[in-house]
Design a protein around this ligand. Structure first.
Ligand SMILES: Cc1cc2nc3c(=O)[nH]c(=O)nc-3n(C[C@H](O)[C@H](O)[C@H](O)COP(=O)(O)OP(=O)(O)OC[C@H]3O[C@@H](n4cnc5c(N)ncnc54)[C@H](O)[C@@H]3O)c2cc1C
Length: 553
């Protein structure tokens, strides 16, 4: 994959799209407007419809060119989603809901269905909803109870009758059309229904912790008659496969939401801290402040960005659905976004706790990103299961091999922390092998903790590779360039140290914790803990360098 590959929008169109989102936000979505809507718990339907009309046309980014859209690539979509989320995550969620709603059609629809529905999104700017979740089927979608009963005439199913309920549906109260997952005789199947279909009723808008500028409502289906040509793809039983197929892509969108919201919070805390004088100087000059409340969060967000960008570029280069990489990106970015927004409240002290300063709203908003499109625990499970298989298939060499690549990279680029990231990869490989020998993944907790460590380690690898590209001046024409190459290198070194420490220390903890009589000392050595401790040398200087970079010093 070349760093200069340009899929989707040309560079000018991407820049224009991002600028147009900014201008729209400045014009229509001032802090005062957002705070007022949030306090009134109001979904600004006319604003969202304006965004999907000729005035902004944000929906065009997500629709392929052949159906009247702009055919944005995964990288384009990540950049736009980051920008939307930095404005308001509720509004971003409403845009996401239309994309999600059309996704089963995009991946599994017949040519006629694609032309009809994707064409309507592009031309009319219709809002869609994605009806998967049910009161008793959330993470475990296979437990769905909504039924699709064929209406048979002359031996042919001419229509289906849908019965059941869908829960927590974004745009549920306002969508012009919705895709709904229901159990047909052949298995779970997607149908597309009109918003005014007889038998469809919508619940009251949910009163939520955050993203109060989005509409979330239940859908109730009572004998909703859907013509057979509304069965997506024309074949029953494809629903769960179609839902899976889009995850690599849609989870990247939610990852970009976590990234955008997390940075939006830090972008308020950083300038605040240069002006807030305490104990004779600005907070930004105090290490105990910056190195706890700002720097580690910027580091984790940029590790997440590296995972998002690498995954998006691989998808655009034809690398497949990349579900596991999408799950890693979502997990890293949404957890980092949440932690960063929470730290931003602390960074603003009492002001941070009030509505006026926005960071508490961002924190409430970003909280949803670790829940929808697959919870963090489901991400941990997805990542752990897939990489466990890789560990077994390669007879334990999967992460040792990745470590060797980083060691080679370190030879030519010694300032990026690649050697320490390699220690983290070796530690992870050793940890997974210790789990295999002792059969520890029978403990679900150990499996899911391993999922977290895998995500952290892969994020560290992605960040090293991104820092090297920045160092060589070739981040990629569409890549975000928030920080200078030398600052990104320091960020990568800080991150590699943290990840290596976490893998080795947590690894010892869980292996010893799940076993009986393991030698903790020997295990610490085999996971490389002494070397990882030694690699912490220079950490404070690097934290200083990152702080200086973020504050433009
Ligand atoms: C604001 C909002 C908007 C949403 N929008 C949409 C939408 O547009 N369309 C749609 O279809 N859905 C939507 N959802 C639903 C969302 O995707 C689900 O809430 C989410 O998938 C989790 O399902 P659940 O709420 O049933 O939680 P559960 O699945 O019951 O999970 C509860 C907790 O248990 C954990 N857990 C679950 N299973 C396991 C397991 N096997 N092992 C260990 N831990 C587990 C979870 O991680 C979570 O912490 C939305 C939800 C919200 C709140």
């Amino acid at each position: 994959m070349s760093a200069t590959t340009v899929a989707g929008l040309d560079l000018e169109s991407l820049a224009f799209t991002l600028e147009s989102i900014n201008e729209f936000a400045e014009r229509e979505l001032s802090d005062a407007v957002l705070i007022d809507l949030d306090e009134r718990d109001e979904f600004p339907e006319s604003l969202v419809r304006k965004m999907c009309s000729e005035e902004l046309g944000v929906q065009l980014l997500f629709v392929p060119e052949e159906y009247g859209g702009m055919g944005g690539s995964a990288v384009d979509v990540y950049r736009a989603c980051e920008r939307l989320a930095a404005t308001d995550l509720g509004i971003a969620t409403s845009v996401l809901a239309t994309v999600l709603g059309s996704d089963p059609i995009t991946v599994g629809g017949t040519p006629e269905q694609k032309a009809q529905w994707l064409g309507r999104i592009a031309e009319e700017g219709i809002l869609m909803a994605y009806g998967a979740t049910e009161p008793d089927a959330g993470s475990d979608l296979a437990a769905l109870k909504t039924t699709a009963t064929p209406v048979v005439e002359d031996g042919v199913a001419v229509a289906y009758k849908l019965n059941g309920a869908k829960q927590w549906i974004s745009n549920g109260g306002v969508a012009d059309a919705a895709t709904v997952l229901a159990l047909a005789p052949g298995g779970p199947t997607w149908f597309v229904i009109d918003g005014d279909a007889p038998g469809l009723t919508r619940g009251e808008p949910e009163r939520k912790h955050g993203i109060r500028l989005s509409n979330t409502a239940a859908l109730f289906l009572e004998d909703v008659r859907v013509p057979a040509e509304r069965l997506i793809g024309g074949v029953e039983g494809q629903g769960l496969v179609q839902a899976q197929e889009v995850f690599g892509y849609t989870r990247l969108m939610v990852a970009a939401f976590g990234l955008g919201a997390g940075w939006a919070a830090l972008d308020r805390a950083i300038p605040y801290s240069t002006e807030r004088i305490q104990a004779g100087g600005p907070l930004s000059a105090k290490q105990g402040y910056t190195h706890k409340l700002i720097v580690p969060h910027a580091v984790r967000l940029e590790a997440a960005r590296a995972a998002i960008e690498e995954t998006a570029e691989r998808i655009d280069a034809g690398g497949g659905a990349l579900n596991t990489e999408g799950a890693i990106a979502k997990y890293l970015a949404t957890e980092a976004g949440n932690a960063g927004a929470d730290a931003a409240i602390q960074a603003l002290g009492g002001y941070g706790y009030t509505h006026e300063y926005m960071v508490e709203k961002i924190k409430r908003d970003v909280r949803i990103t670790t829940i929808y499109e697959g919870t963090s625990e489901i991400m941990e499970m997805t990542v752990a299961r897939d990489r466990w298989q890789q560990h077994l298939k390669t007879r334990g060499d999967y992460y040792h091999a990745a470590a060797r690549e980083l060691e080679a990279l370190h030879q030519s680029s010694p300032a990026l922390g690649a050697d320490v990231a390699a220690l983290a990869h070796h530690a992870l490989a050793t940890l997974l092998e210790a789990c295999r020998v002792r059969r520890l993944t029978r403990h679900q907790h150990v499996l899911l903790r391993a999922g977290r460590l895998i995500a952290l380690v892969e994020g560290a690898g992605a960040l090293v590779r991104r820092a090297r590209r920045a160092d060589e001046g070739g981040l990629g024409a569409k890549a975000s360039e928030r920080v200078r190459a030398d600052v990104l290198a320091a960020i990568s070194r800080v991150n590699a140290r943290e990840v290596a420490m976490t893998v080795a220390a947590d690894g010892v903890r869980w292996v010893v914790g799940a076993g009986d009589g393991d030698d903790a000392q020997q295990l610490s050595e085999s996971l490389g803990l002494p070397a990882i401790h030694a690699a912490q040398a220079g950490l404070i200087a690097d934290l200083d360098a990152v702080a200086d970079g973020l504050y433009g010093r």
